[in-house]
Design a protein around this ligand. Structure first.
Ligand code: PBG
Length: 326
């Protein structure tokens, strides 16, 4: 056959493939989520996330040091709190001596150059398990009434040393509200990575088990996005950008690569992907059963994020991936 075009020539050996490779993952692309609990020397395995654990503050610092040594530039913190400190107003979220604030401080003291990203939403602190205030009569998730506490949370985290605020609550107008509040308090250098296109997803199951933060009633569909939509993701991106977000995030990750690719095309801001708990658990479970090669599927998945246009990935695989790369 006289074929002019033989795309296989560019695949003929690993050396050739590496020359023409378009996307690679490096530890610098990764953000590692960490779950913090009260106590000392405490490590609680999360059953639905094999290999992942809730760690007490001292162990979080050790873990962050290990991640930093592997070249990972950023951790994203989540607090797992006992029911005794939760209430309908999420009061604990702004406690300057709270577990979350103490953890941020300790991390910044131990590894000043490592970025600490923090989460703004009421669910870990709320007895209702929702991201905003709940109207006790109607069960409605209140938008405007929730903005003040969200901004106070952001300020409290910034005071503790947070480098990047991650509003994950999906209330309308929160990015602008938080940006303004941070600036007024003198935190103009604190970044906002907005959970821009956060879908009402069933892939968050293991995370809600890890934090015991599932909604006590109803679901999150009146604020998180309908997974049937991507036009709407563009609208959210437009608004977040206008309100002052520094980085836009898409969440979940793998089933939403189309949304990542779409936002990458319409926005000049960096795009982050959140490879969420359920995506991690699926690969781990299949790998434990011997049905998939977990390590190879991890590398392929993380590369897919880069190919889709993500500049960074929040992933529970961060440490495993960085270790593999070393
Ligand atoms: C809550 C929050 C959730 C996740 C991150 N922040 C869960 C939710 O919205 O119920 C999910 C992360 C994951 O599944 O890995 N504001």
């Amino acid at each position: 056959m006289s074929l002019v075009h033989r795309p296989r020539r560019n695949r003929k050996s690993e050396s050739m493939r590496s020359l023409v490779r378009e996307n690679i993952v490096t530890p610098k692309d990764l953000i590692a989520p960490l779950f913090v609990i009260e106590g000392k020397g405490k490590r609680e395995e999360i059953l639905s996330m094999p290999g992942y654990a809730r760690l007490s503050l001292d162990l979080i610092v050790e873990e962050a040091k290990a991640l930093w040594a592997l070249g990972i530039p950023c951790v994203s913190l989540f607090p797992a709190l006992s029911d005794s400190v939760k209430d309908s107003k999420a009061t604990e979220s702004t406690n300057p001596d709270g577990l979350y604030q103490r953890t941020i401080q300790s991390l910044k003291e131990a590894i000043p150059e490592m970025l600490v990203m923090t989460d703004v939403a009421l669910d870990p602190y709320s007895s209702d398990g929702h991201d905003g205030y709940v109207d006790p009569k109607t069960g409605e998730i209140l938008n405007d009434e929730s903005l003040d506490i969200l901004a106070k949370m952001a300020i409290s985290q910034a005071k503790a040393g947070s480098d990047i605020i991650g509003p994950s609550d999906m209330m309308d107008g929160r990015v602008g509200f938080i940006r303004n509040a941070l600036d007024e308090e003198g935190f103009s250098q604190t970044s906002i990575m907005s959970y821009t296109a956060k879908y009402a997803s069933h892939f968050y199951g293991p995370f809600r088990e890890a934090l015991d933060s599932a909604p006590k009633s109803g679901d999150k569909k009146t604020y998180q996005m309908d997974y049937s939509n991507s036009e709407e993701a563009e609208r959210e991106a437009y608004l977040d950008q206008k309100e002052g977000a520094d980085i836009l995030m898409v969440k979940p990750g793998l089933p939403y690569l189309d949304v990542i690719s779409r936002l990458k095309r319409v926005s000049h801001l960096p795009i982050a992907a959140y490879n969420v708990s359920g995506e991690y658990s699926m690969i781990k479970a299949a790998s434990e059963k011997g049905w998939l090669d977990g390590e190879k599927v991890m590398v392929e998945s993380l590369t897919a994020f880069k190919r889709a246009g993500a500049d960074m990935v929040l992933t529970y695989f961060a440490k495993d991936m960085a270790k593999l790369l070393h």
